[in-house]
Design a protein around this ligand. Sequence first.
Ligand code: G4P
Length: 530
Amino acid sequence: MSRIEEIEKRKTFGIVSHPDAGKTTLTEKLLLFGGAIQSAGAVKSNKIKKHATSDFMEIEKQRGISVATSVMAFEYRDKKINILDTPGHKDFAEDTYRTLTAVDSAIVVIDVAKGVEAQTEKLVGVCKMRDTPMIVFINKMDREGKDGFDLLDEIEVKLGLKVCPLSWPIGMGQRFQGVYNLYKKELVLFRAHGKQEEEAVLVINDLSDSLLDEKVGERAAEELRSEIEMITEVYPAFDQEKYLAGELSPVFVGSAINNFGVKEMLDCFVEIAPNPLPRFTEERKIDPFEDKFSGFIFKIHANIDPKHRDRIAFLRICSGTFKRNTNYYHVRQDKKMKFSNPTSFMAARKEVIDDAYPGDIVGLYDSGNFKIGDGLTEGEKLHFKGIPAFSPEQFRYVNNADPMKSKQLAKGIDQLMDEGVAQVFTKEVNNRKIIGTVGALQFEVIQYRLKHEYGASCEYEPVALHKAVWIQCGDAEALKEFRVKRKRDLAVDKDNKLVMLAESSWALNMAKENHPKVEFHLTSEYTAQI
Ligand code: G4P
């Protein structure tokens, strides 16, 4: 197969959801369709268990196992599909954000009873920054939940997505009879735990067909007819260009656990989802079809289990062909490197690969050479964009608890931040360091790793902060005034970029009001102004 055919075959996406909406279950069903796993439960057993929050070593151990499910690949209808796992556990949200920089599209899973939840909002927000095309899957239709139209409204309002339903339920909970697939004009009748082959799929081009009444009963048939009429009147028709531009999100409904409605979505996904998309660097746009190889590191997995000390850097291939044992250029370090054991991830297995193509994710064993965002090329100096840092949600001052080991502490913090474990900000007024994380657990992880890997001790001190926002201002006078007035709140991130550490949303709003010429950004790359 030619390289071009290989690229056109690939679809790389992530599933985003709030914990418990059914992401793992859906992933598993998708893998079953692709034959990548043989039985349900294979992915689930690798999932970070939700009850383990109190014991971070336990979580880290589980995270070690879950590295095997970080990327799962399967083939379906001649396409090679790469699913990037976006851990839903609340303590790994920053990892999750960054993983979304390596996907070309996303599937958003929503629990029909719970509707749009907090983490879904955050993750969809990250996808929107890059106009990532999104498909919505409303899950758990076998349970009683919110009214379908109310839920669509909620998705539009809370997630800011323009939606277009492509499948619609007939009843829900006990009365759930199946879905009408608007994309294919098919009625798919529900059977709990049904194997897909056993599902009754009937082509119904015209909804006035009496076959519908026969199959679901007159009342449900009438209801469906009026709901579909409303959908066609109120919602836009599917338009692939708009979907690809991130402007329209098709909606599917189903029940992942019953493997119902999943195939309809997958069949549509392989038809409409984008192939590997171009990536952007400071220097230029990279087209996936270019001959020369390029890729970037979007995630680093360090195992704190002393028996498995290896780090794995996750490389997203952006152009050309990546080959094993070939010299590539590590742009930031300005040196050549080659990799003798690059691995691909096939469901629960890891395999050494000889070559990989745009859209693929390759795991590289790393002894500390990589930082998040690093680029590898065939020699061109390219600096990848679109891999920003996001505002942490929890902050603490970090103090040195062992003055004899200050060098080790500085080195340890530096390296852990490069790995993307958390972010460090240095206050301008007193040079004190503040660590910011998404989940509180990361503080313990950092303390533990500093001790065990660097021999350094640290202590934390509480600091009440709301957000870190990156500051930009083209007007030198306005910036100077801002710097003077807000001196107390200013810090720099690890790349020396100016950051305001806002104590509250009120303080942030005041700063915005008082300094209209200053731009406040929620990410380090200045894509999302607030
Ligand atoms: P997550 O990865 O998004 O966190 O969700 P996960 O797939 O683990 O699903 C969360 C819970 O919801 C699981 O139940 C799962 O069985 C259930 N679930 C998933 N899809 C459906 C569905 O379509 N209908 C219904 N009724 N339930 C669904 P659990 O009891 O928390 O875990 P388990 O004991 O089943 O593993």
